[in-house]
Design a protein. Structure first.
Length: 174
């Protein structure tokens, strides 16, 4: 639902955007930061198998969502008008508020007191300075096989495609 809803903005965004070298460069840098965070998280998470508290999850509970926000905001900035990052922020606030609440309930059901302790210790969206260290030992961190299984390459491919279209538009219109 979240991904499909976001794609509704892509066509008008690509048609109405007016990137410059400055907005494209700054936005691309922020999007790359988001892709790196999402990739690290996707290669670390063992969704519904165990409570993931290593890697980026040791510093914030929702690195995939924060990564998506950074990608969306970066692409919005690259589009060359303030309305795009504002729409991303609004979309994020509306969609992810409910998603995070539903996830909290599901993870509490799945992992009980371990998740409650983790959630009390690790911020949802702003990273803590020191990593969370649970009492129980966790499995190894990042694995490329997990990154691929979680289909994180799709976010990379989508961001690269949007940046390529914006680059062509900038060169054509510039």
């Amino acid at each position: 639902m979240r991904t499909k809803s976001a794609w509704l903005l892509v066509v008008p965004f690509l048609v109405l955007s007016s990137p410059t070298s400055t907005t494209l460069g700054g936005g691309a840098a922020l999007a790359v930061l988001g892709l790196l965070l999402r990739g690290w998280a996707a290669g670390t998470i063992r969704k519904d198998e165990e409570l993931t508290t290593r890697g980026p999850y040791a510093r914030l509970r929702h690195p995939l969502y924060v990564g998506s926000f950074l990608i969306g905001t970066g692409l919005g900035i690259a589009g060359g008008h303030w309305i795009w990052p504002a729409l991303v922020a609004g979309f994020f606030a509306v969609i992810y508020r409910r998603t995070i609440a539903e996830e909290r309930g599901r993870l509490t059901e799945l992992f009980g007191a371990s998740y409650v302790e983790y959630a009390a210790s690790v911020p949802a969206l702003l990273p803590r300075l020191t990593p969370y260290r649970p009492a129980a030992a966790a499995r190894p961190g990042f694995a490329w096989a997990r990154y691929l299984r979680n289909r994180e390459w799709e976010a990379l491919l989508g961001a690269v495609a949007v940046l390529a279209v914006l680059t062509v538009k900038m060169l054509r219109d510039g």
